[in-house]
Design a binder for this molecule. Structure first.
Ligand SMILES: *Cc1c(COP(=O)(O)O)cnc(C)c1O
Length: 381
């Protein structure tokens, strides 16, 4: 065996021993929240919060674009891949997010790993919430900028590190998610805006889990809190509540033009195919037209949260994401397997993704979960 092979084997064995091994589970059929994965399961793990991934209007929009444009986009945005379809989507997005401009990216991961290094050129320091998504962390590491993390949602801690390190650098960025993917809780946006003004920082907000769910028109937590104007870069994805694929930033014309000129993950990657762009556009229309979807998904999550609390479980969050705290890898894996046998798909979130003792099952709800599905889930507990 080569050095690589024996190291790889040792790693996989130790992951398996600590119940931390990751494996793939192909789904063979999906109809809304009912999936076939060996056995029929109700899906409580998907990010299809509004149930749009199989919506007839998204499918039709994609089909029409497929007939008109074909499958591939033929190039990056700066070469042959740019279309008026993408520009219309960006105009719609900018209006939706109450910003001057928007720029579409191929995925949330690509947006975050590209934008942060582009922004942090020169003497820049980054302050970020400890629970920020891996794509943000990777962007920070790729930027090579000095970076300091603050305890989750702890603005006293943020201010302490701002006082200590901000003055040593010309520019500063504060980064956070608005709805946190593993906690399901929300960031205090108004207070963050106050700090970013006081300490002259740029504020970057990842709304991957908030877009489509929060705010009067579904534009996210920025809309609910009325802070769109104060946040320099609002990033979001089409891959969660919008049921499709891709991502975007909503920002000023100036920053957009800068990103187009400097962001390597934007410049050096092929544009999204037209059917995806068309589906994304149709998804925004549905978010605007059907506010009942976002109220239903939050009601579904609240119902589950209330009933589990009543049964003595420790649950977290204030959104469509509901972590149920279990406390160690082995029990978390066992419970997810028991739930699977009862017909529920949910995944264990283990150490090292979360700190030891905070291992959990992460349930995510959708507007198309029925009352009966939630009753079945509660009863399974
Ligand atoms: C899912 C997610 C991303 C990545 O988005 P993709 O489009 O799936 O690449 C980025 N940030 C957060 C907070 C996310 O939850």
């Amino acid at each position: 065996m080569s050095e690589f092979e024996s190291e790889i084997d040792a790693f996989l064995q130790s992951q398996a021993q600590s119940s931390a091994i990751r494996t793939l589970h192909p789904i063979t059929h999906r109809q809304g929240m009912m999936i076939q994965n060996g056995i029929p399961l109700i899906d409580f793990a998907s990010n299809d919060y509004l149930g749009l991934s199989q919506h007839p209007k998204l499918i039709q929009a994609a089909k029409d674009a497929l007939d008109t444009w074909g499958v591939g986009s033929t190039g990056s945005r700066l070469l042959s891949g740019d279309t008026d379809l993408i520009h219309s989507l960006e105009t719609k997005l900018a209006k939706f997010k109450h910003k001057e401009s928007a720029l579409v990216f191929n995925s949330g991961y690509q947006a975050n790993v590209g934008i942060i290094p582009a922004l942090a050129q020169g003497d820049t320091v980054i302050f970020y919430d400890k629970l920020s998504h891996a794509s943000m962390i990777d962007g920070i590491l790729l930027s090579k900028a000095p970076h300091y993390r603050y305890r989750h949602n702890d603005l006293n801690h943020l201010e302490t590190i701002l006082k200590k390190y901000r003055q040593n650098h010309q520019k500063a960025i504060i980064m956070t998610e608005s709805i946190f993917s593993m906690e399901g809780d929300s960031a205090p946006l108004k207070e963050l805006v106050a700090l970013k003004s006081q300490y002259d920082c740029l504020l970057f907000l990842d709304e991957a889990h908030a877009t489509g769910i929060f705010g009067k028109t579904g534009a996210g937590l920025v809309e609910q809190e009325g802070v769109s104007g104060e946040i320099d870069i609002i990033m979001g994805t089409f891959s969660k509540a919008l049921g499709s694929f891709g991502a975007y930033i909503a920002t000023s014309d100036r920053i957009k033009n800068f990103i187009v000129n400097t962001c390597r993950s934007f410049i050096f990657s092929t544009a999204l195919p037209a059917p995806v762009i068309a589906a994304n556009s149709a998804a925004i229309d549905i978010v605007l037209a059907e506010p009942n979807r976002r109220s239903t998904v939050l009601k579904n999550a609240d119902r589950f949260r209330t009933q589990l609390k009543a049964r003595g479980y420790s649950v977290r969050g204030c959104s469509q994401i509901v972590p149920v705290m279990i406390g160690n890898n082995q029990e978390t894996v066992q419970l997810s397997e028991k739930l699977k046998n009862a017909g529920m798909q949910v995944f264990p979130i283990r150490h090292p993704t979360v700190p030891k003792g905070e291992e959990r099952l992460r349930f995510s709800f959708s507007a198309i979960h029925t009352d009966d599905m939630i009753t079945q889930l509660v009863n399974a507990f």
